[in-house]
Design a protein around this ligand. Structure first.
Ligand code: ADP
Ligand code: MG
Length: 239
């Protein structure tokens, strides 16, 4: 695992939980309820990956697959300015693609292979969220098997990208406040069930008081379990 690189989240506590930051060659799943901060972390890491290594980045670019229409250029610019980076430049180094349905989302990831093969400066791929279209299109128990199979294949494609091109993959997964309650009923905790079986790191994000959030490492293969507190501020993710 010597060649794994890390991208800072902007919070030392969260980085510590992750063993130094978001890892390359790995898929990191951020799961949590609406408003927990998953999208904010994705924005922040898309900015931070552009930092030089001495500042916790990889001097790389990001690819952001937005399935919910929540990508905000203004937020990127604010986070970039706060780090003393040129907002326009930072924005240019984030290719955001709006995925309109599951087939489109899958097709985008299939095309990424070629894009990344040509541009080895891409060091981060975000899918925010991985499950929303699947949930909408394959609702109901009778569609569960097909959905899980399709989602699993999609996830494994992302894991392969991470491994082959030494890049970080972050996917988000919106679940109820206590997803463990729903694992017995995967029609409720959409995706939770499937993602559990895909290799990678799973981090639960929970709301706390005000702008405070709790991140919890869930059954990581090589990291200790634990919880840390971080904040979502005007300038981005911080301790
Ligand atoms: P999720 O993707 O998990 O549903 P988000 O990442 O969209 O949640 O987080 C939304 C929360 O982020 C908001 O409720 C707010 O607390 C915080 N937030 C968003 N923008 C800002 C900002 N500019 N300044 C401070 N906090 C913000
Ligand atoms: Mg979101």
């Amino acid at each position: 695992r010597a060649s794994v690189k890390k991208i800072t989240t902007g919070s030392q506590a969260l980085d510590g939980l992750l063993g130094g930051g978001i890892e390359t060659r790995t898929m990191t799943e951020l799961f949590g309820e609406f408003g927990s901060g998953k999208t904010q972390i994705c924005h922040q890491v898309s900015v931070n990956v552009q930092l030089p290594p001495e500042r916790g980045g990889l001097s790389g670019k990001a690819l952001y697959i937005d399935t919910e229409g929540t990508f905000r250029t203004e937020r990127i610019k604010a986070m970039a300015s706060a780090l003393g980076l040129e907002p326009k430049e930072v924005l240019q180094n984030i290719m955001s693609i709006r995925a309109i349905n599951t087939d489109h989302q899958i097709a985008i990831v299939e095309e990424l292979q070629d894009i990344i093969a040509k541009d080895n400066s891409i060091k981060l791929v975000v899918v925010d969220s991985i499950t929303s279209h699947f949930r909408a299109e394959y609702s109901g128990r009778e569609n569960l098997a097909v959905r899980q199979q399709k989602l699993n294949r999609h996830l494994h494609q992302l894991v392969r990208l991470a491994e082959i091109y030494d890049l970080a993959v972050i996917v988000t997964n919106q679940v109820m406040a206590r997803p463990d309650m729903f694992y017995g009923d995967p029609t409720v905790a959409v995706g939770g069930h499937t993602l559990y079986h895909v290799p990678g790191i799973r981090v639960q994000i929970k709301k706390s008081r005000g702008n405070r959030r709790i991140a919890r490492m869930v059954d990581a293969p090589h990291l200790p379990e634990g919880e840390v507190v971080f904040s979502i501020t005007n300038t981005g993710i911080r301790d």
